[in-house]
Design a protein around this ligand. Structure first.
Ligand code: PEP
Length: 252
């Protein structure tokens, strides 16, 4: 049985002090029983938020990581740095990074491999554009992105991988995928994982849905057999985030 994972993606929101104020205001309402809850916060808020969450089971994650351990990469953060800070999760290949910062399938793979080497769980984002969906290319896109992202990932590290299916047209638009669209895509990703790692391992890998998840639609989405939680943007910065987290128990 896979444990539900609800991951918030704060993107570039909240100053460190605002971040602490926000988590202090929501943390007692967040139910972490039988599910993992992670807040992926800006780098500068990682330590303050981690400190504010002491005594809870809410974890922190980063929103990106570089693919080298150290060196002349001005402005970058390495997996070794995150590992030392005991940051267990990192988002990799978010469509905003692919679109606005030139992230490619190749660098997504390099980042995932390096994150895994340092014991981090990469939350690897994949998903099609609206144009690709309308052209019936969703499965082709997912097949390519998943294959690239998982290239050379060792079987024994695969269980740490999380895949987030995030149709680009649904991110921050209020246009949530229908439950069927989301489950069909996640079920297809499960098949890809079975082809890649074999069923016993693939059945342990969590697949999240992301794209305009709200307290209203979360329970139905999370109740699908191949949706093991959500990557939640806007709704994770709202005082009602606890309601999205609560929906993560629907499949027990
Ligand atoms: C995201 O940032 O990954 C995301 C899914 O955003 P939103 O929930 O706001 O659509």
């Amino acid at each position: 049985m896979r444990k539900m994972l609800i991951a918030g993606n704060w993107k570039m929101n909240f100053t460190p002090s605002n971040a602490v104020g926000f988590v202090n205001s929501i943390k007692s309402n967040i139910d972490t029983a039988k599910r993992d809850v992670v807040l992926c916060v800006p780098y500068v808020a990682l330590q303050p938020v981690k400190d504010a969450l002491k005594g809870t089971n809410i974890q922190v994650g980063a929103q990106n990581v570089h693919y080298m351990d150290d060196g002349a990469y001005t402005g970058e953060i390495s997996p070794a740095m995150l590992n030392e800070m005991k940051v267990p999760y990192v988002i990799i290949g978010h469509s905003e990074r692919r679109e606005k910062f030139g992230e490619s399938d190749t660098t997504v793979n390099l980042r995932a491999l390096r994150a895994l080497k340092h014991g981090l769980s990469p939350i690897i984002c994949v998903g099609e554009s609206q144009k690709q969906r309308l052209a019936n290319r969703t499965e082709d896109v997912l097949r390519k992105q998943v294959a690239f992202a998982l290239d050379e990932v060792k079987d024994e590290r695969a269980e740490k991988v999380v895949i987030a299916y995030e149709p680009i047209w649904a991110i921050g638009t209020g246009m949530t995928a229908t439950t069927k669209q989301a489950e069909d895509a996640c079920a297809f990703i499960r098949i890809l994982l079975i082809e890649r790692f074999g069923a016993p391992t693939a059945e342990k890998i969590r697949i999240l849905y992301g794209g305009s998840v709200t307290p209203t639609n979360a329970a139905e989405l999370f109740s699908q057999p191949n949706i093991d939680g959500g990557l939640v943007g806007g709704a994770s910065t709202a005082p009602t985030f606890d309601q999205v987290v609560k929906a993560g128990l629907c499949c027990e």
